[in-house]
Design a protein around this ligand. Structure first.
Ligand SMILES: C[S@@+](CC[C@H](N)C(=O)[O-])C[C@H]1O[C@@H](n2cnc3c(N)ncnc32)[C@H](O)[C@@H]1O
Length: 327
């Protein structure tokens, strides 16, 4: 029981260490070895507090105490040092600390009433995108979450069949950068909210293989395409909004075109459950939750799609559903 209670405190220690740049500072020292005194001086930190923080991080295996001094543990070196690495998790830690984890405090209210307090006021993206650096942390976090999924999509789908692919809610375009790297003939476009565009352009860094169309999927028509991707999007919305999104996709797809939907879907039989991920959506969004493969297939069928199929995406835990608009 006490270890469950302390779990939240341990995350705070990790988030604070990421916030002050502790792991990067250790890695930057000669030989990747640092003393507490050096770190306190370089980062201008309170040394007695830092000593406690370091002790917790050593217990967690994120720092290693050697005779020469402190070094980063394997996980910290791989996931928390190099911001340009596709695996970098520092942005995701910052997003969880500032936006996602505080919403979990509403869980008892959601349990009683079914929706979070903020639900009727706004979508989580309204508050997220009001702050430039919170938006950057969120979008960076999304990038670190999609690496293996992009590999799967590129490997399992024959993108040679398509000329134009639109990623609805595609954020900074990870999926499409992955597809166009292997299939340069594909005309690829991210459709996402206007606030995402500057972050997309920063990531693109002048490259033009992927374009960006800004808009709101509930208001603006989607750009036409013969394939569309809707990934980690529907779990942000309730069933009615999900139907609306899939209907907008059907309208924009050319006849014979295909939609690819991925999320941490469950199965109706209960063999795949994603309770923590689902609760996260319940507290962070207005009506979102992880949904079942069967529900997704039902929405697609109602929207008029045919040739429905699904597969698990190992090892991410996602399910990839595909469906075709009749000719
Ligand atoms: C959880 S992220 C998923 C990003 C990416 N598809 C992935 O798999 O990592 C959801 C995306 O939906 C976008 N989004 C939210 N509301 C939207 C709206 N009304 N219209 C278009 N995009 C929206 C967000 O900006 C965000 O990029």
């Amino acid at each position: 029981m006490r270890s469950i209670i302390a779990g939240a405190w341990k995350f705070e220690v990790l988030a604070a260490a990421v916030d002050v740049g502790l792991f990067k500072a250790v890695a930057r020292r000669e030989g990747g070895v640092a003393s507490v005194e050096q770190l306190a001086a370089t980062l201008d930190l309170d040394q007695p507090t830092l000593e406690d923080v370091v002790s917790v991080l050593v217990d967690l295996g994120l720092l290693v105490a050697t005779e020469a001094g402190l070094t980063c543990g394997d996980q910290a070196r791989r996931l928390l040092v190099d911001s340009s690495s596709p695996e970098y998790l520092g942005d995701y830690v910052a997003f969880c600390h500032r936006s996602f984890n505080p919403s979990w405090r509403d869980l008892a209210a959601v349990l009683r009433h079914g929706t979070p307090r903020t639900a009727e006021v706004e979508s989580p993206y309204d508050s997220l995108y009001r702050s430039e650096d919170l938006a950057a942390a969120f979008l960076g976090g999304m990038e670190s979450a999609t690496g293996q999924l992009v590999e799967h999509l590129v490997r399992e789908v024959d993108w040679n069949r398509y000329e134009r692919v639109v990623d609805v809610g595609g954020a900074t375009g990870d999926v499409l950068w992955g597809i166009t790297r292997r299939h340069p003939h594909v005309d690829a476009v991210v459709f996402d909210l206007p606030a995402v565009e500057p972050h997309f352009q920063r990531r693109a860094d002048g490259a033009t293989d992927v374009g960006f169309v800004s808009g709101d999927v509930f208001v603006d028509p989607l750009p036409p395409a013969d394939a569309m991707v809707v990934g980690h999007v529907l779990h942000n919305w309730d069933a009615e909004a999900s139907r609306q999104i899939l209907d907008a996709v059907r309208v924009a797809l050319t006849p014979g075109g295909t939609v690819y939907v991925y999320d941490q879907m469950t199965t109706g039989s209960g063999t795949r459950r994603r309770p923590l991920s689902s609760l996260g959506m319940r507290v962070w969004t207005a009506g979102g939750a992880e949904y079942s493969v069967e529900q997704c297939l039902g929405w697609l069928e109602e929207a008029g799609f045919v040739d429905l199929a699904w597969q698990e995406v190992d090892p991410t835990g996602d399910v990839l559903v595909s469906a075709t608009k009749p000719r």
